[in-house]
Design a protein around this ligand. Sequence first.
Ligand code: PGA
Length: 264
Amino acid sequence: MKKTQPLMVAGNWKMNPATLGQARKLFLDIRGRLKGHPRKTEILIAPPVPFISELEQLAPSKRIELGAQDVFFEKSGAYTGEVSVSMLKSVGVSHVIIGHSEMRARGESEHDINAVANAVLNAGLTAIVCVGEQIRDSHGHYFNFVEKQLLAAIAGVPKTRLTRLVIAYEPVWAIGTGRTATPEDVEEMKLFIQKVLVDHFGRGATGKIRILYGGSVRKKNAAELLEKSMVDGFLIGGASLRPAEFAEIITITETYDKARASAA
Ligand code: PGA
């Protein structure tokens, strides 16, 4: 990991909260907790689409960046219900979460995930591509599963876009369950993903593509996950809706980053 790529803490609000008023309140609470602290960590919140534009007005400094939880890959036209990359970009979105397991479970195909990843990267936005196994077996087949998901998602991505490609390893069995993968398991998978990326893109890929962990990240497990598995940050669901805990995880990430920098 080169110094040029900051760690990232991304909050995926999923289909929460229920109203714009609540979204404003939640966002302002998080913003207030982060105020006055110069931070290197890249902080992202991915709210539901109807709230993005309003929240963007509340984040003029861009200290908190705005993400989307999904997008459609076509540029425009007769696609009822869909939202394009340029629409998101025009309301201030800089990152898109792609291939989240909850989208895959509702039928998003590998072809579509790949098309979205390329559309997002070609538009100059950051793509956070989610991969992760449903279950762990004793034969290690989950490594093949993750490799297949990853290669399908990044097919056709040019090497010039790698600093805006982020991989989120999210084992499905750990999402929203309170069961976190052990730091050792996460480290092993991080190294595996790195190897797949280097085999695919060449040696230069390692320092450019960040690898996050997601799945029941909490303030109580964040430090250990960073220290032992050396991931480049987190994709957080449940805890991103709790401002104090989300801010605390960002502080833990900063502390880890400083310790890491002074040890280097
Ligand atoms: P969780 O969700 O933190 O609630 O487990 C993670 C995610 O879905 O990205």
